[in-house]
Design a protein around this ligand. Structure first.
Ligand code: FE2
Length: 272
């Protein structure tokens, strides 16, 4: 099974590169399922129900969120009706929505998608390590699901890497999101879990992590509130991690970055 995980979609530039490039990439690279982090898809902050549907209509099979989950208030009543949108598992227990979902992708494969947020340099939340450990005692690769993907939406590389090794051999992939800059540490860990500490963003890289440069620089220089942050609106780069997952074990066989369009050097795996 071949799965693509797309990094944080930021604003219109991120959405448009997905609409223009994903459907063909999905067929050319024989991708069975696509998961995308979309917590910054609506003008950089949150996700509207309409944009979620546009993403589903253009090849995204499931959406994960993060610290900006509730920035768009209209998502709050909607998330309980749309289980393909997954909020962090370690949000407070009565939060709307769910921290995981099992979706059926091509070839009737069942893929469990789990979203977590980190706790280092972020808002206080429940312990992601304990909660995912509990969830994985009831859901395993040997019992009813063909793959398990974990989006660890976190600031600190150490926390993401520790989670990946903690889950090595128990899940198909641990993919880091949130910092919007792709790292070059993508690999398959010793017991078969795919990992990249940050998958990058789908958006305009001629920016400060997706936002227009001037406002971001001004904030650092003056230390004063000032210009509002808005997404940069130049050409977007589609940025993700492609994973080949073994059909019987559910563990990763190989991984490769996938980057097309916009500012970053293009990387397209030539997998047959
Ligand atoms: Fe985030």
């Amino acid at each position: 099974m071949r799965i693509l995980f797309l990094g944080d979609i930021v604003g219109r530039s991120g959405r448009e590169v997905i609409y223009s490039r994903l459907p063909k990439l999905k067929s050319d690279l024989k991708i069975d399922g696509v998961v995308a982090n979309a917590e910054n898809a609506s003008h950089g902050f949150g996700l509207s129900p309409m944009i979620a549907q546009d993403l589903f209509n253009n090849g995204v099979d499931a959406i994960t969120l993060g610290n900006h989950s509730w920035d768009r208030k209209d998502l709050i009543p909607y998330i309980d009706k749309e289980p393909r949108i997954i909020r962090p598992l370690n949000f407070p227990p009565k939060s709307p929505g769910s921290g995981f979902h099992i979706l059926t992708v091509a070839k009737q494969k069942r893929v469990m998608v789990i979203n977590l947020v980190g706790r280092l340099f972020m808002e206080p939340m429940d312990d992601p390590f304990r909660l995912i450990n509990e969830l994985l005692t009831h859901n395993t690769l040997a019992r009813g699901v063909d793959a398990i993907l974990v989006d660890m939406h976190a600031e600190a590389t150490s926390e993401k890497t520790a989670l990946a090794y903690y889950l090595d051999g128990r899940v198909s992939a641990v993919i880091g999101t949130h910092t919007h800059t792709p790292t070059s540490d993508h690999r398959v860990l010793p017991c078969g879990t795919a990992f990249q500490s940050d998958v990058g963003m789908c958006g305009d890289y001629d920016s400060v992590i997706g936002m227009q440069k001037e406002a971001a620089i001004n904030r650092f220089v003056t230390k004063m509130p000032g210009m509002r942050f808005s997404p940069a609106e130049g050409k977007g780069t589609l940025c993700g991690l492609l994973m080949q997952i073994n059909d019987s074990s559910g563990l990763a066989e190989k991984v490769s970055p996938l980057r097309v369009g916009g500012q970053l050097e293009e990387t397209v795996p030539n997998w047959s």
